[in-house]
Design a protein around this ligand. Sequence first.
Ligand SMILES: [Mn+2]
Length: 351
Amino acid sequence: MLGEIATIAADRGVDLIVVAGDLFDVAAPSPEAEQVVFRALLDLAEAAPVLVVAGNHDNPRRLEAVAPLLELGRVTVVGAARRPDDGGMVRLGGLGVQIALLPWQSQRGIVTAADLFDRDAADQAISYEMRMRKLIGALTEGMSPDTVNVVVSHAMVHGAKDSGSERHAHIFGYAIPALAFPSSLSYVALGHLHRPQQVPAPAPVWYSGSPLQLDFGEVDDIKSVNFVTAEPGLPARVEPVPLTAGRRLVRLSGTVDDVLAEAGRVEDAWVKVELDEPARSGLADEIRSALPDVVDVTLVKPAAAERPVQGPQRLGRSPRELFSEYLIQRGVVDAGLEAMFGDLLEEAHET
Ligand SMILES: [Mn+2]
């Protein structure tokens, strides 16, 4: 998928590439992950200069540490907010482009511990918004009307739709209105939400979305990169270019027979299986042996399990009777499991 993006950039002869953050999934990525990401950034830079802002999953100090090295390969990385004259605004004179770079701003950096105790959540959200507006204002106020003016940021904007799979603590608590971006901007490139989308706003404000389906909430998303054409004084034209190289996610549901009948259409996708079938031991193994790329097998909860259990009289009844009644209540039909229980019970009695 990363190679596909580099090819798109090269084929279309782009002048500039922006990456709006969350390069990594965790603050301390593995060397293998770093190798993949840094290689991809350098491959992109073969086509055009690359500008990157850190997302909430990234470790800003870690990115700042490698920034001077990446800069040698014409990849500019901004991990933490900077003043316009200190790297917060990049001017590409030859292209007539000015780009404000605003990485993810943690609420912890804006709302202090004292605020958490002294003020209610609504006040805290407002101070976050005010602070973000101030940062955006400071980064964009020096932009000239004669250039293409772009903001690259990693942030949650009100009115945008999530995929249900992003980390919710970072999604709904703190957000900014799309109006925080001046209407004179040519383009606003946002990272954070996985679903590619334009956010209603006076300026063209877009999330390019994640380049891969990252969770089964995204099985219907068509992932893409935005190919943006801009000239001074006009809103940019945006063309989402679909990405097809990444492995897809597929959800299969029904009985074991239903699922196995569909096995042929999953190709190399990662699969989640939801079985509507009485539980028995070994069910997940059966599915996995037919579909090696199954990452999750779950059972649709049988209706019986929803019914309140009539407190059965336990006195005077054998453990076997109680266990088979328990299985019935849980919607499990498995003679093998009952036999196993019997064997274990005998072993326990012998010891
Ligand atoms: Mn994010």
